[in-house]
Design a protein around this ligand. Structure first.
Ligand code: ADP
Length: 476
């Protein structure tokens, strides 16, 4: 039984959760404690008490702790990758790459701990000096989703700790294994008790207490738009600092002058890999009319080569859907798309494999209209639709025509169109001749419109959320 880590102590909870492998439901990954609201309060109190001490440790010791955590994650990437693939269902190479990314993030923020810079100016009043200081925010509540069980926790926990904050971390119920393994590594990094707390449990219990507690100064969340809005109502109402990463409905524009083979790879990789369970996945593929027919034939043919199967089996390209409810939702959208009049050109069927799991074939819709539900609502599965466009301007208009704005891509040989798209597409990230999904760890991540709220995550810019400014005036 894997316990919660509260105030430096491993604690059983009132509840237990079974962590099952979506590639093989007969495989129990492990049993994980579920905390109640009282334990969550205890973690918050411990974090609030110790935070000034952690801040006073100074950048060198904080950097060393984060570097040690990053080193261990990287050294254990194969083992942790297997665990991640077992509980989430992404294929092993993707899972190992995600673990590596988490290790690199800790190492990046180890360096950032040493770069918590301020500014010094002369006052407009003679004889007075002004310092603009960066300080930790306090206790940071971290709420994460199931699709990146170690990378997303890493990119929130590492900067929080680097800049001297303490942490109460609530992972997604579905994937406590990677979170627990990460917490266990952090528990041995020499942080004072209470600086980092793992509180596994239900969103409506643990997450709700984090949202409500006056001792939690900031909440960083990645998940659904509805939960993001709820946090805004609860934590926003008490004026907590908020960083929300929510949905996407990311467009990939393919123009007539694109390299066909490369555009097909970008579309297939962006839409279907990781089982389409990435907030940056391409779910609307907007294709100019001259290349349209060749493109959809080539994508359908490429999809016929994709092997869907057990995440740990060699040769699998796409693993199962992570959970039953998500599989049901994906298949419902396949029905919705057909009822709306889009044509299902490939896949969209439940699959059976030698082990019982949540398998489905990647679904490709063609002849979709921009206002259809399958072209407007986030599905979060291996379901994408092709929307025909008359020309570049039309494609851009369609690309911008949803409430979301996380990532957007264009495949083109035209510098003019690529440059125009980079400037005018309404998204936080834009990709030219690369898939909409797949981002670096040392640069900002985030979106516009309903996709994101608050300052960017990752890169040096993460400092904006995880620190607060103080302006100090001194009579010299
Ligand atoms: P997903 O579709 O990724 O499961 P959710 O928004 O449901 O998206 O979940 C993302 C995270 O938010 C999870 O850790 C979940 O437990 C948590 N969560 C869910 N409901 C609440 C809530 N009412 N308050 C705080 N956190 C919540």
């Amino acid at each position: 039984m894997h316990k919660n880590f509260i105030d430096g102590v491993w604690c059983e909870g009132p509840g237990v959760r079974e962590n099952l492998n979506p590639s093989d439901l007969s495989n129990l990954v492990g049993l994980y404690a579920q905390a109640d609201s009282q334990q969550t309060q205890q973690a918050i109190q411990a974090a609030a008490y110790v935070q000034p001490l952690w801040a006073a440790y100074g950048p060198q010791r904080r950097a060393e702790a984060l570097d040690q955590i990053g080193t261990e994650i990287l050294a254990r990437r194969e083992e942790l990758g297997r665990l991640l693939a077992s509980e989430e269902g992404k294929v092993l190479p993707e899972a190992v790459a995600e673990v590596s990314r988490a290790g690199h993030i800790f190492k990046f923020f180890a360096g950032e701990a040493l770069r918590m810079t301020g500014e010094h100016l002369d006052s407009v009043r003679p004889g007075i000096e002004v310092d603009i200081l960066r300080q930790p925010v306090g206790v940071v509540g971290i709420i994460t989703p199931w699709n990146f069980p170690i990378a997303i926790p890493a990119w929130k926990i590492a900067p929080a700790l680097a800049y001297g904050n303490s942490v109460v971390f609530k992972p997604a119920d579905l994937v406590p294994g990677s979170a627990w393994a990460l917490a266990e590594i952090i528990s041995r990094a020499g942080l004072p008790a209470g600086t980092f707390n793992l509180v596994m449990g239900r969103g409506s219990v643990v997450g709700q207490v984090l949202a409500e507690s006056a001792n939690v100064s900031a909440i960083t969340f990645t998940g659904s738009t509805s939960t993001g809005r709820h946090l805004m109502q609860v934590a926003g109402a008490r004026l907590a600092r908020l960083q929300l990463e929510m949905g996407g409905k990311n467009p990939l524009v393919v123009l007539d002058d694109a390299d066909l083979e490369h555009a097909v790879e970008c579309a297939v990789q962006g839409a279907y890999f990781s089982t389409g369970q990435r907030c940056t996945a391409s779910s609307r593929i907007i294709v100019e009319k001259g290349i349209h027919q060749r493109f959809i034939e080539a994508v359908a043919s490429r999809l016929s080569e994709i092997r869907v199967g057990h995440a740990l089996h060699e040769g699998t390209h796409i693993g199962p859907v992570a959970e039953e409810a998500q599989l049901r939702q994906n298949l419902e959208y396949v029905d919705i798309g057909q009822a709306e009049g889009a044509r299902l050109a490939y896949g969209g069927q439940p699959l059976s494999r030698t082990s019982e799991g949540y398998y489905m074939s990647p679904a490709l819709f063609v002849d979709a209209a921009p206002d259809m539900r399958i072209a407007q609502e986030e599905i979060f599965g291996p379901v994408a639709c092709v929307i025909p466009a008359d020309d570049y301007e039309h494609a851009l208009e369609i690309a911008n025509g949803t409430p979301f704005g996380l990532s957007a891509g264009i495949c083109t040989g035209s510098l003019k169109h690529a440059t125009h798209f980079k400037r005018h597409v309404k998204s936080g990230m834009v990709m030219v001749n690369t898939p909409t999904a797949g981002v670096d760890y040392h640069v900002p991540f985030g979106g516009t419109k309903a996709s994101s709220y608050g300052p960017r995550e990752q890169g040096h810019q993460a400092i904006e959320f995880f620190t607060t400014l103080k302006t100090a005036y001194t009579l010299a």
